[in-house]
Design a protein around this ligand. Structure first.
Ligand SMILES: C[S@@+](CC[C@H](N)C(=O)[O-])C[C@H]1O[C@@H](n2cnc3c(N)ncnc32)[C@H](O)[C@@H]1O
Length: 237
């Protein structure tokens, strides 16, 4: 079978999609970018609580999952992190593992999860993690999803190269699948992305981006401050 998702490797360690002609994450430091954009951008770890649900558009190498679980553990959070990701072109396990090996800080978690990727698992249950990968085009799979997330990682390739993952209808689905007080973050500061999130009913802010990117986007659904701290999302039990 032809490789669904052919890669080039920049400097031997950063995967670049030839299908989308774009790297999976920052060429400078993917883990630092994830921490800035998706973790800090969603006010994590401060908002973590047992049952906290992260959802992601674009699983790629799984680096965002590793970074989130690493933060969950290193911040001393108890209970279970839920992580659901939507991915149309899953990478072969060997490529995921090769990419992840460039980040020594998450090597232990990478090793813990590697057997699941080698088995082709799309569901992983650990003592502190419920992970699910929903295969297929997110434009079809997200509307069919029956849960809601506390925090969204919007991580398609650049909007110019992967417009499908930034379509206003899909971002509306993101907003609909967000708990009251929930948030979303993306490295992109494209005006049309911000406008689509706003049109979907989210409060949108432009904040400093990672590395050479001047800005990124953070969004919130309603007034988080009015919700009792730690209240679980009603649709996410
Ligand atoms: C920038 S990469 C994600 C990087 C990833 N979060 C990581 O930690 O490595 C974007 C991902 O979106 C996926 N993708 C592109 N179009 C999609 C679509 N329509 N539906 C679902 N996933 C899609 C690509 O296959 C790719 O894995």
């Amino acid at each position: 079978m032809p490789d669904q998702n052919p890669l080039n490797w920049r400097d031997g360690c950063v995967p670049v999609s030839t299908r989308f002609d774009d790297p999976y994450y920052s060429l400078d430091n993917g883990l630092a970018e994830t921490r800035h954009v998706f973790l800090a951008g969603n006010a994590l770890p401060d908002r973590f609580r047992d049952g906290f649900h992260i959802a992601e558009l674009g699983f790629g190498t799984g680096l965002n999952l590793l970074a989130a679980l690493h933060l969950w553990r290193s911040s001393g959070q108890t209970g279970t992190l839920h992580f659901t990701t939507f991915e149309a072109f899953p990478l072969p396990a060997a490529d995921m593992i090769r990419a992840q090996s460039a980040f020594p800080e998450v090597v232990q978690i990478a090793a813990e999860l590697a057997p699941y990727w080698r088995d082709g698992s799309t569901d992983v249950s650990l003592a502190d993690l419920r992970f699910r990968l929903i295969p297929g085009d997110a434009r079809t799979s997200l509307p069919a999803w029956t849960q809601k997330a506390d925090a969204w990682f919007l991580d398609g390739f650049s909007p110019a190269k992967n417009p499908e993952l930034w379509e206003p209808d899909l971002l509306k689905q993101v907003a609909e699948h967000t708990c009251p007080g929930g948030t979303a973050a993306t490295y992109s500061a494209a005006g049309h992305v911000r406008r689509a999130l706003q049109a979907a009913g989210l409060e949108v802010t432009r904040i400093p981006g990672y590395g050479r990117k001047r800005h990124m986007t953070a969004a919130r659904k309603g007034a988080a401050d009015l919700l009792p701290h730690g209240k679980p999302c009603p649709d996410d039990q």
